[in-house]
Design a protein around this ligand. Sequence first.
Ligand code: OSB
Ligand code: MG
Length: 375
Amino acid sequence: MRIESITLRELEMRLKAPFETSFGVTQKRRILLVEIVADGVTGWGEVTTTEAPFYNYETTDTAWQIISDFIAPCVIGKELSTAAEVETLVSGIRGHQMAKAGVENALWDIEAQQKNLPLSRLLGGTLKEIACGVSLGIRESPRLLIEKVSEERAKGYQRIKLKIKPGKDIEYIAAVRNEFPDIPLSVDANSAYSLADTDHLRALDEFDLLMMEQPLQWDDIYSHSKLQTRIKTALCLDECISHSRHAEAAIELGGCRIINVKLGRVGGHTEARRVHDICRTHAIPVWCGGMLESGVGRAHNVAMSTLPNFTLPGDVSASKRYWADDIIEPEVEVTPNGTIRVPDAPGLGYAVRRSFVEHLTVKKRNWKAEVMVVA
Ligand code: OSB
Ligand code: MG
């Protein structure tokens, strides 16, 4: 595939409801989409950065800059035989996985269309339906949280993940567990605690949680390995895992028993598959995390979640939970059993609503390859 054109857009999209984590409240999303044309075929990728550097160090603005000044110029006009090959073109850029993933994933969409395969199949996915859970933001009271959990359970979601932070943890989890004694339940602290809180975190052991996600510092695998020896609940790493070498280190150190794979956080489908494979070799289950994505990112998550070691319900849920109108059609829908049916059309398997995307676009930049003159 010869990369003929790259278009970077920033979209402004408003979540239906504010989402609160230990690092803050989000409602207005600034989403970057990457549209690439190669050999006349169009592919789409999403940059899954947050607006501020509170999840990891990337932001919507840093990704715009890294793609504009470094990634697009070194990719435009290049000839690749597979999407995975783009990795070598951008390997000199340290970090900035989310910026790289937006570009790489658009190329995977193109490769799948060129090979007339659904992206899930091209990636090696086998599942026809994926299991869905939901991630619930922090609420004002345990009572309001219980109401939200009931609502999501009624829709069929198979696992409920509750965001926690100091002061909004034990009391909330105890209340939900008391109301729903048997549901699969997990918590996500987004790095709001430290090892000094070990006794406090151990108090969560009694609630039979499926896992505790990323309680400690965002870049500290070693402290998680110490915590894991001191609590019974399985730790799951999210923020700490930026690539497959981190996954290997975390597993060897005993820093987690489960890994959350996010396409953006690890740099795209190629590296996500490596993380998946390493975990599979070590019998560490994985699941697909979410970053409040638009339909484009969501569709990529659906494809990735079909790989065989995605054995736990992910945070990939219906478009309607986030957006009044999503930018893809059909929108991502969840069955009454709490699953998403994997599309079987070539590529992403969902169509991008181009005129709606244009309507939401607040900023746009394009790169075009020089026209090749055939003598
Ligand atoms: O830690 O999984 C996280 C959203 C933004 C940043 C980090 C996280 C999240 C979520 C939301 O949990 C998951 C979703 O997209 O529903
Ligand atoms: Mg998380």
